[in-house]
Write a new protein. Structure first.
Length: 409
């Protein structure tokens, strides 16, 4: 008898038992609509306003390459070795100096380096949330934050707002009624709307957190990309919020997202808890990338690079704003961001941007429907447009395609 015959199941053999199912949270949370759209629209002929992708032609490729070359030439053993979970001291010192220069005194020891600020959200969810805990968010809200809190089993409640952003009075009412663990906000050049929360509202939110006992997670990936207007201080800089605010930062939008360099600034006990969570996730952010980022910050003028990028993005924003009146149906409205990467549009009733998307994609252009950004009842007439990835000429053509797609629906 052959080995195959010996191992083959017989008529009397019991059927194998099924493998255990996936965790319930996987099906409950689902994937990212933005990632799904990018997969569908990966064809080069598509003008894609859907992704939050920095313009690749504006990357300082030479400077980044030189930083990696120098690090690998001068300290290869260190660059290719394990590192501390908290992050390379040189990088933490450089990031702390940048934070201090922007108005929030910070030491290297105040920071934990993460794989993009997205990992920081996951670490905070692990450190702060038990299943069933309540998290307050802006409405609409950054999609990946909804995912991170959803995976932690949180109950997500939106805070009402208006064109200026979150309403502090509504926040205070919700804090009393819902007893949340944390509030998540992107107050500067918000994703997805592009709006910036005024200084007086930031102060009021800090006061609410101090009065009622609330963590604030202040996400600031876009704040350096300002085109016009005056910088608004972080919520974390308010005295009421200093002991209860986690500030998230990233090099993704100002240097290159492929580096996956982010960080969180948090009070000591919470920072230590996040470090323990990171140890179980990935041990540490790649050493060579951290050292290269630190070398870049030491050798290059990142502020000058960011200024060049912001000037280019300002022209692209203006191109999109100029083309929107002809591209969108009469009665539409949209935001006018002072910086960042996104603007938010609302079509008149009864437009449904999710239902319209397949028709629009046939015109080789794409956007992100607004419905998935809502933690509560979705506004199906909304959409997010990213204006930084394409040139002004490509934006104009993309908006002409968008107009054809909407007209054909």
């Amino acid at each position: 008898m052959t080995l195959a015959a010996e191992s083959a199941p017989t008529a009397s053999s019991p059927a194998p038992a099924p493998v255990p199912p996936l965790a319930a949270r996987v099906s409950a949370v689902g994937g990212s609509p933005v990632r799904d759209i990018l997969a569908v629209t990966a064809r080069p002929e598509v003008i894609n306003f859907a992704g939050g992708l920095p313009a690749p032609e504006l990357f300082d490729t030479e400077g980044v390459a030189a930083a990696f070359r120098d690090v690998l030439a001068e300290s290869p053993a260190r660059a290719l070795q394990y590192s501390t979970t908290e992050g390379e001291p040189a990088l933490r010192a450089a990031l702390a100096a940048r934070t201090t220069a922007r108005g929030l005194p910070t030491d290297a020891g105040d920071l934990l380096v993460t794989n993009g600020s997205q990992q920081a959200l996951s670490l905070l969810a692990t450190a702060l949330l038990e299943p069933g805990d309540t998290v307050l968010v802006e409405n609409p809200c950054y999609l990946a934050a909804l995912q991170a809190f959803g995976f932690a089993g949180a109950r997500i409640v939106p805070v009402p707002g208006d064109p200026d952003g979150m309403d502090p009075a509504a926040l205070a009412e919700l804090v009393v009624r819902e007893r949340p663990r944390l509030l998540y906000t992107v107050p500067t050049f918000h994703n997805p709307t592009g709006r910036t929360l005024p200084a007086e509202r930031r102060a009021a939110i800090a006061a609410v957190a101090a009065r009622h006992g609330l963590w604030i997670v202040e996400d600031d990936p876009y704040g350096e990309l300002r085109f016009e207007g005056e910088r608004v201080p972080w919520i974390a800089a308010h005295d009421d919020a200093r002991d209860r605010t986690v500030l998230l930062g990233s090099l993704s939008k100002v240097m290159a997202p492929g580096l996956r360099i982010g960080w969180l600034r948090a009070p000591a006990a919470l920072r230590r808890a996040c470090a323990v969570a990171k140890q179980s996730a990935d041990l540490h952010t790649p050493t060579v990338t951290q050292l290269a980022a630190a070398r870049y910050l030491a050798d290059r003028d990142l502020d000058a690079h960011v200024a060049r990028v912001a000037r280019a993005y300002a022209g692209r924003r203006d191109a999109m704003l100029a083309g929107l009146p002809a591209a969108l149906p009469e009665g539409s409205s949209w935001t006018r961001p002072e910086g960042g990467m996104f603007l938010w549009a609302r079509l008149p009733e009864p437009y449904d941007t999710t239902a319209l998307l397949p028709t629009v994609v046939r015109e080789d252009v794409a956007y992100v429907p607004g419905a998935p950004f809502h933690a509560g009842e979705p506004d199906r007439a909304t959409l997010r447009l990213c204006f930084v990835t394409q040139t002004p000429e490509e934006i104009a053509e993309g908006l002409r395609r968008l107009a054809r797609g909407l007209a054909a629906a």
